[in-house]
Write a new protein. Structure first.
Length: 142
């Protein structure tokens, strides 16, 4: 058994969370949390890890399209550093280029209202991030 992995889509106002199954095969959206600071985000992630018994955290890193680290990715890396100091779990960064845009496109194609999209976009982006991470790994790599 691998253990459950928490996926995180970090934003300034909202935090999207997703969780894997214990075998590390399937990612499921967990929730979206309204936050006002990185400290709020760290607390929400720590609480979600305790609640779901997660053994690892994967945080989406929004790299620029050319693969470079811009200001937003630097902010996410600073959040990851805070998270590593607050919790005794492995925190991995995962390239999330276009995950939010992909989710938005799917929700628009589903003709979902702006209000409904706002409620689910971040947790679905976390699911896409976590799914990409899980798909890239084999059992021996965990």
């Amino acid at each position: 058994m691998i253990g459950r992995i928490l996926g995180v889509d970090h934003g300034e106002r909202r935090l999207g969370l997703a969780i894997s199954d214990a075998m590390g095969i399937l990612a499921t959206p967990l929730r979206t949390v309204e936050v006002s600071s990185d400290a709020d985000s760290v607390k929400a992630v720590c609480e979600a890890c305790a609640e779901t018994e997660a053994v690892k955290i994967v945080v989406g890193l929004p790299l620029n399209m050319d693969g470079t680290v811009g200001p937003i990715a630097q902010r996410v890396r600073a959040f990851c550093d805070m998270l590593r100091k607050a919790i005794d779990l492995d925190v991995e960064e995962w390239d999330e280029r276009l995950s939010s845009a992909m989710v938005e496109r799917v929700l628009l194609d589903a003709d979902m209202s702006r209000q409904k999209r706002k409620k689910v976009r971040d947790k679905l982006a976390a699911q896409v991030i976590l799914s990409g991470y899980l798909d890239s790994k084999t059992e021996s790599e965990y």
